[in-house]
Design a binder for this molecule. Structure first.
Ligand code: C5P
Length: 395
């Protein structure tokens, strides 16, 4: 969202207070934000609050004294890269759907060529009213982006659909929808993530330090590029990204089974998971009692990626390799032995790279020997580049 020009339209619902947090989060992400309010919205939150939070004077009336020529309604509508209404009442939805432009906000929405995002919030009966539903459908048909409201307790004392989602969820939806593209439309991309858990007994397991961040960022990027995305993940602390179908597994064996189920019908498999190479031969059925030293007998796990490489038809295969030495040399061997299209190699001994951090420095090592090196980037940015590299592979 860095450098993006966003107009946030605030209309007169009780959820208007949540828009303050939303604007603040948008600015933290680097967006430049200007707020436009309806008269009714100013009864819930003052323009002063939004002025302070956005860092710009707030427009309400068409006829207020012009503070700066640039805030004139057409100029502002042109300035916007995106226009988002948080919260959107039944009234503003009805006005936009029917071409009414009788205040600053509705006039700007009509005047802007930027994509418009609408976050409805209202009482359940108003939301479910067929007129509101018809108006929302009209807006969808014209290409407006509508966020689904949450269900739950409403300010009017009832419970049902119509709650404004949390500001963090609105940011995720806005970011996802704004950046969504179609490069991978019609394709199914399977991503594995997290570190496998190999049970010792019912309460203990052998694990590793993988946080799942890279795999989740890849799944988010694949979905953003239009792919039907299946994320096969071990339990992590992370939220399932927008538009992604998740399957939870624990061990390497479970992960292999989940991959096998979807592999034939997918166009790409990205194995970002840290899969344990070994599992305990005989898992104890009951919790092991404390005892003197003892030895765990380990048996080799299946190599999911290698087996996928042997059975692949047209699927693209991408592997990950965390190394602490001879990075490229080892990567080349893996590309060959696992029949990969490319391997994402990272030196986990470098600072800011690898496990449990938000950044990564990787090189892509291709089957034909080509190497693409990337600088130290956020995992989100690394994921974006990997997904673009996937979409650029020859069919
Ligand atoms: O050979 P190495 O384990 O270093 O290869 C790493 C790649 O292979 C990763 O993409 C990882 O997800 C995958 N892998 C696998 N099954 C294993 C071990 C690793 O699919 N048992």
């Amino acid at each position: 969202m860095k450098g993006m020009h966003v107009i946030v339209g605030v209309t007169g619902g009780i959820a208007a207070y949540k828009a303050v947090d939303f604007v603040s989060r948008l600015r933290k992400q680097g967006a430049e934000v200007q707020v436009v309010m309806t008269e009714h919205a100013t009864k819930f939150v003052t323009p002063l609050t939004f002025g302070e939070i956005s860092g710009h004077p707030v427009s309400v009336s068409m006829f207020q004294e012009v503070i700066n020529w640039d805030v004139e309604h057409i100029a502002l509508a042109t300035w916007a890269d995106a226009y988002i209404i948080v919260p959107a009442t039944a009234n503003i939805i009805g006005k936009i759907a029917n071409g009414i432009a009788d205040d600053m906000l509705s006039t700007q929405v009509m005047a802007t060529k930027a994509p418009v995002f609408i976050c409805p919030a209202m009482n359940t009966n108003m939301y479910e009213n067929p007129i509101t539903q018809r108006n929302l459908q009209t807006l969808r048909d014209y290409g407006y982006h509508i966020m689904e409201p949450d269900s739950g307790h409403l300010a009017c004392g009832t419970s049902g659909k119509g709650r404004l989602p949390d500001p963090a969820a609105i940011i995720d939806w806005f970011d996802f929808t704004y950046h969504k593209s179609q490069e991978l439309a019609g394709q199914t991309v399977v991503v594995t993530a997290g570190g496998t858990q190999e049970a010792i007994d019912p309460v203990r397991y052998i694990g590793n330090r993988s946080s799942g961040k890279m795999g989740y960022a890849l799944a988010a990027a694949a979905a953003r590029h239009g792919a039907h995305t299946i994320l096969i993940t071990t339990p992590t602390q992370l939220a399932i990204p927008m538009g992604v179908q998740a399957v939870t597994v624990h061990s390497a064996k479970e992960m292999k089974q989940a991959v096998d189920e979807v592999f034939d019908d997918c166009q790409a498999l990205i194995m970002a998971a840290a899969v344990a190479d070994y599992r305990v031969r005989n898992q104890a059925p009951q919790k092991l009692k404390k005892q003197e030293d003892f030895t765990l007998d380990l048996v080799k796990n299946p190599d999911i990626l290698k087996e996928a490489g042997q059975r692949k038809q047209k699927q693209k295969l991408i592997g990950f390799a965390a190394e602490t030495e001879h990075l490229i040399e080892n990567a080349r061997k893996k590309v060959d032995s696992k029949h990969l299209d490319f391997l994402v190699a990272n030196d986990v001994s470098q600072q800011g790279s690898g496990f449990n951090v938000d950044t990564n420095q990787v090189s892509l090592v291709y089957a034909d020997g080509t190497i693409k090196e990337f600088p130290l980037l956020s995992k989100k940015e690394v994921a974006e580049r990997i997904i673009i590299a996937l979409s650029e592979l020859k069919k």
